[in-house]
Each structure stands twice: as C-alpha cells, then as structure tokens.
Design a protein around this ligand. Structure first.
Ligand code: P1T
Length: 386
C-alpha cells in the first residue's frame, strides 16, 4: 500500500497492511523476523536499506512502527521493550530536570511508581489530578514549569474518562504537551492524536498484542520535531522492542478490530449481569449512562472497551474470595488478551500506590473481559460471587 493509500484506508485495512510491502525478493506477505543485530555495509557508510545496527532500527520493528503510526493516525511510531520503557523514553526525550508533570490520580500503579521513584530523582516532579476534572487538571499545572499533562483514559483501574480535546486545550494554553496513555481503549476505539493530543503511549502488552504472549510498548506522535527527539532517545537509551517481540505485536495488531469488538460485546453482557446482581455494590463501566464520563466517552470512543471494574458487597475479604473462586477468569495481572482475567488491584497491580493519593478501594475487582463464550463467563462470575 502506498503512503497516500494508507492514509485514506479504513482502520481495519491499515491494521492489516500498513507498515509493510510484500518482500521484494521473496514475496513474503508477512514481515520476517529479522534476527540480526547488524547489517553488512557496502563500503564504509554504504547502508543497503538504511539499516546499520538493530538498536537503531530493525526491519521487523520498522514494520510494526509504521503500522502503529498508521492506526493511531500519527506520523511516526516507536516500539519499545515495554510500556514503562516507552513512558521513560517520553519523559527523558521531552522534559528536562526542573520541569513538572501532571499525572492521573488513578494511573496504573507502575506508571505512578515510575514518576514517583524514578523520574522525580532525575528532577521531574509531579502532581496527581483527576483526569475527569479538566479544571482540577488546569489547577495542578505549574505555570512555566509544567511540561507534560499525562492522562490515561479510561484510567486503570477506575475507568475514569478524560476529555482529550479539553485537556489538550488546557495543556497547550500552559505551553505543555498532552500525553495520552491509550492502552485501555486501544487505537481501534480511540485516536487521541486526532483529538489534539501530542503524544500517544501504549502498553502493547495489552490489546495491541492481544494474546498475553509478549511485553511491549509504543509511542506515536504527529509532530516531526517530537519524533526526532524520540528517535534520538530511543536509540540513545536503547529500550527497543526486539524483532521477535515486534513480530508478535504486529501479528496481534492485525486482528485488533475483530478482537476488540468481541471484547466490547462480552463486556457489555458482563456489565448487564453485574448490574442486576445484589452481591455487587457498584459496577464501573464508561458505557453505563450513569457513569460520570459516559457522555465524553460516547463522543471520543467508538465503543466502551473490554475492561470492567466492580465493587463487591462484603468488602475486601469477599473481593479476594471472588478472585480466588473464578475458573474461566484467570487470576492474573495484565489485561487485553483473548482470555478473561480477574484481579484485585489493591493487592496486585496497584499495590505500589498503597498509602498514596492513588490508593484504590479494597473491595474493588478488575475484569479484563476476554473473547470466550459469554455464557461461560457469566456462569463463572455467578459461581464466584458465592
Ligand atoms: O507492563 P508494561 O508493558 O510495561 O506497561 C505498563 C502500563 C502502562 N500503562 C497502562 C495503562 C498499563 O495498564 C500498564 C501495565 N498494566 C498492567 C500490567 C496491569 O495489569 O494493569
């Protein structure tokens, strides 16, 4: 597909074709795993395909990076060894010591830990703010010092919704960049760059990879100056995706739209079931009209996603018991794979925020609703609720 054709195509076509032309020599329709660290030069500096060393660039990674840029409607994509490696590279590339970031007050625990224990030591301090409250985010900005307004939407694990257009306006008024962690929505459901965000970041470990078999991260931007800095830091810091990981992630991306629609279908049924169950105290899902972010989510997302959080009647003890009892939902960290997962954020993914402003309720359970038979999922939850 030519560049121009890629731009005009629908999401599904780009997810399958963007970033790679069938191999000129063999006709291979899928990019090979270029398991090579280096490339023969035809005379000093005579690079055949622009490749010099696989930390700087590798053809399998290039294919993934092109596809990521295309599905996020950006100009340049970057693939990293993990979501956190992608986040760290954004911070080092786009901020300087002495600057400040506004971060979500219910971010992924590991993101908070990165800002609080690593980036702060480097000289970037941060203030948590609720992403669903644009005025609170604006109030957390330190004029002249805030360089990044960093949001997740939906947030992990409380599924709060940030209004990307409004947050971009607030960030830009203050001379800051808006970074959107698009992991929970995936590029199929939401394209933050088209809504005014400057940087999109993903844990591709989740919906993009989609099969719980690879850890990875991605960054996508439109602005070529930001792209240049990210290119430099990706190479200089070196936290790149290896060729096999890039291959698996690209393979996952090609079916993202099909998987995601089924994740959403099944999540809607799970929400309906939980809403009607007296053993459940509260269901949190942006697709519910009563969710405070519903209107914004309906505007900026294609559907409402595969993540469902709920609070059980009976407190932490009951929440832990439910997590122990499921048989189809696997008790595990992570999300976004084909199989359903259940977890207790307070003790698992968000244990690192205990005792901080980001602490999550102890009776909260998070579901990553997979694409199994939905009746099996409902029966499993019914049994586990006891
Ligand atoms: O795990 P890694 O690929 O490094 O990505 C970190 C990350 C970043 N952003 C969001 C929104 C995330 O959810 C994550 C990872 N989250 C989990 C492992 C989890 O179970 O929530």
């Amino acid at each position: 597909m030519t560049q121009e054709h890629q731009f005009k195509s629908g999401f599904e076509t780009r997810a399958i074709h963007a970033g790679y032309e069938p191999d000129a020599a063999t006709g291979a329709v899928i990019p090979p795993i270029y398991a090579t660290s280096t490339y023969k030069q035809d005379g000093v500096g005579g690079l055949r395909g622009g490749y010099e060393y696989s930390r700087s660039a590798n053809p399998t990674r290039t294919a993934l990076e092109g596809a990521l840029a295309s599905v996020e409607e950006g100009e340049r994509g970057f693939a990293f060894a993990s979501g956190l490696a992608a986040e760290d590279t954004i911070v080092r590339a786009l901020t300087a010591p002495g600057q400040h970031a506004v971060i979500p007050d219910d971010a992924y625990g590991g993101t908070y830990r990165l800002f609080d224990k690593v980036e702060k030591v480097w000289g970037l301090d941060h203030s948590p703010a609720p992403v669903s409250d644009v005025d609170a985010v604006a109030a957390a900005i330190r004029p002249g010092r805030t360089r990044l307004v960093w949001v997740e939407t939906p947030t992990n694990p409380l599924l709060n919704i940030g209004d990307i257009e409004a947050l971009a306006a607030v960030a830009h008024d203050a001379g800051a960049l808006l970074v959107v962690d698009n992991t929970f929505a995936s590029p199929y459901l939401q394209q933050p760059l088209a809504l005014g965000a400057d940087v999109v970041v993903h844990s591709t470990t989740k919906y993009v990879g989609g099969h719980s078999d690879v850890v990875g991260g991605a960054v996508v931007v439109r602005d070529l100056e930001l792209a240049e800095r990210l290119t430099f830091h990706q190479n200089a810091m070196g936290a790149v995706a290896g060729p096999f990981d890039a291959f698996l992630t690209l393979r996952g991306l090609k079916t993202l739209h099909v998987r995601m629609d089924r994740h959403c279908d099944n999540a809607e049924r799970v929400v309906e079931f939980l809403e009607a169950d007296p053993r459940v105290a509260e269901v949190i899902y942006p697709g519910l009209p009563a969710h405070p972010g519903h209107q914004v989510a309906a505007r900026q997302m294609k559907r409402f996603g595969g993540m469902v959080s709920f609070r059980v009647a009976g407190g932490e003890e009951q929440a832990l018991a439910v997590c122990d009892r499921t048989q189809v939902f696997t008790l595990a960290e992570s999300l976004g794979g084909i199989e359903s997962l259940i977890e207790h954020p307070g003790r698992m993914t968000h244990a690192s925020v205990a005792g901080t402003d980001l602490e999550v309720p102890s009776d909260l359970i998070r579901l990553s609703v997979g694409i199994e038979n939905v009746e099996d999922l409902l029966a499993d939850l019914d049994r586990a609720l006891g």
